[in-house]
Design a protein around this ligand. Structure first.
Ligand SMILES: Nc1ncnc2c1ncn2[C@@H]1O[C@H](COP(=O)(O)OP(=O)(O)OP(=O)(O)O)[C@@H](O)[C@H]1O
Length: 450
């Protein structure tokens, strides 16, 4: 009978494999195992009760029809949760490797006390997003729910999410506030499913008073995680709990995100952050210098602000670089000396000459790896780390390439792999000054190659 049931099951899964999306298939269907086929009852082992619930709700009828068609008789599907055995770990496409899933909460997923409203400079590009964020922080769950903030790389979305979190924690310490990236949410969800931890996963999220979720575009194309997020969203929203979402694009442009989720995002208020104008860039540099107790002459500040236009992270980086250089070498900070220090970063040029090919070539040379490994499937650290650096540089040195373009150029990888790489490199930049120096050297070479 075992042979017969496995043959029958093979026909069913072959069909499902073609008809449902790969992520859903790998997550929910691949771990199922046929046990027996007797008296027109087909019994399948499922890793745990959450799988049973999901199959019952979404695929029971479909599977029964497929079984019936293949067996030529009316078949009933019976699901048997295997609580005691370790669930079969299906490889879920486009999700971080298990090592990442099991990793402790990264620095990026904690509320950073540095990112507060007092340190956020308001200008015309971010006034609305800032105003909405303050309103939400003062009255969580009452107005603007959800708050959806979107904008380009390094323009302050994460800063605002943390500022809301810090404000609430300070003024309402009893409220449970969580900052999480959509990437971590997805890993936690998959881990909970695989290792029977759904109750604690659901508890953790559904008991919150305020959820701050960053980079929601990570959920693009991730059907099951979107679905779980959707239920969690509804549960929080109906109990009047605040949700704040950040994204690199507006809700309508989140392709491959279910319409019902997009419409939820549009229930509240949507605020965009644009690139800061010159006045705001000057104010940001002054504020940073003041906060970090750095002395920088005004003409130098104006020079940097005129040259670096689109990304506030780069503005900050330049400020730190010139002050460190000046402290180490004793060179006074003047427009002339700063021009020299930043000549490889600031160029009055366009980014037309920056190509992914060039970035891959230079990074491969720097790390002594084969150029073809930029596109290969190899995952050893020696190869994966430089590949992540190259992805990060492709994303940040120019705004010509979307995460999808970059994924394509690196051997057909998914856009979420690119986002994951960028997050890893941002974390490393925050924690390792030597790494920053190395990265600057590489940027210099890429710009010099133009
Ligand atoms: N208006 C602002 N005033 C002061 N600092 C700012 C402002 N906007 C951004 N920053 C600073 O710029 C850096 C980048 O901002 P942040 O990480 O919030 O960007 P982001 O929009 O989340 O970018 P990404 O899409 O890459 O995650 C941070 O150090 C942040 O403090």
């Amino acid at each position: 009978m075992i042979i017969e049931s496995s043959e029958l099951w093979q026909k069913v899964v072959d069909n499902l494999n073609l008809s449902i999306n790969p992520e859903t298939y790998n997550l929910w269907i691949a771990p199922l195992k046929p046990i027996s086929f007797e008296n027109n009852i087909f019994t399948v082992a499922v890793p745990n009760v959450y799988f049973s619930q999901w199959i019952e709700a979404h695929q029971q009828k479909n599977i029964e029809q497929l079984l019936s068609a293949a067996a030529g008789a009316q078949i009933v599907l019976q699901l048997q949760p295997q609580q005691d055995i370790m669930p079969v770990i299906a490889k879920v496409e486009n999700t971080p490797a298990p090592a990442d899933v099991a990793a402790p909460i990264s620095q990026r997923d904690q509320i950073n006390p540095k990112y507060v409203f007092e340190r956020f400079v308001v200008g015309s590009s971010n006034r609305f997003a800032h105003g909405c964020s303050e309103a939400v922080a003062k009255n969580p769950g009452k107005q603007f729910n959800p708050l959806f903030i979107y904008g380009g790389v390094g323009l302050g979305k994460t800063h605002l999410l943390h500022a809301i979190g810090n404000y609430i924690k300070q003024n309402n310490p009893a409220l449970k506030v969580l900052y999480v990236t959509a990437e971590r949410f997805t890993s936690e969800f998959i881990e909970a499913l695989r290792f029977d931890k759904m109750p604690s996963f659901k508890n953790k999220y559904r008991n919150l008073d305020c959820l701050l979720i960053d980079d929601i575009q990570f959920l693009v194309g991730k059907g099951s995680s979107q679905e779980e997020f959707f239920y969690m969203f509804n549960s929080l929203h109906t109990s009047g709990k605040q949700i704040v979402v950040s994204s690199d694009r507006p809700p309508k442009e989140l392709e491959k995100v279910e319409e019902r989720l997009i419409s939820r995002f549009e229930w509240g208020i949507t605020a965009d952050i644009a690139s800061p104008d010159l006045e705001t860039r000057i104010a940001i540099l002054r504020k940073k210098a003041e906060d970090e107790k750095l002395y920088v002459p005004d003409d130098v500040i104006i020079y940097i602000a005129t040259q670096i236009k689109s990304n506030i992270r780069e503005l900050e980086g330049s400020l730190l670089r010139i002050t460190a250089f000046s402290a180490f070498t004793g060179t006074p900070l003047t427009v002339d000396s700063v021009q020299k220090i930043l000549k490889d970063i600031i160029k009055p040029q366009s980014d037309a000459a920056i190509t992914i090919d060039n970035i891959q070539k230079i990074v491969a040379e720097e790390f002594n790896i084969e150029l073809r490994d930029m596109k290969s499937k190899r995952r050893t650290d020696a190869v994966a780390f430089p590949r992540q650096i190259a992805m990060y540089l492709a994303r940040t040195l120019s705004d010509k390439f979307s995460t999808t373009d970059i994924g394509d150029a690196f051997g057909g990888r998914d856009h979420t792999t690119v986002m994951h790489a960028c997050n890893k490199i941002k974390e490393k930049m925050n924690s390792d000054p030597y790494f920053n120096a190395k990265l600057n050297q590489i940027i210099k070479k890429i710009r010099a190659a133009e």
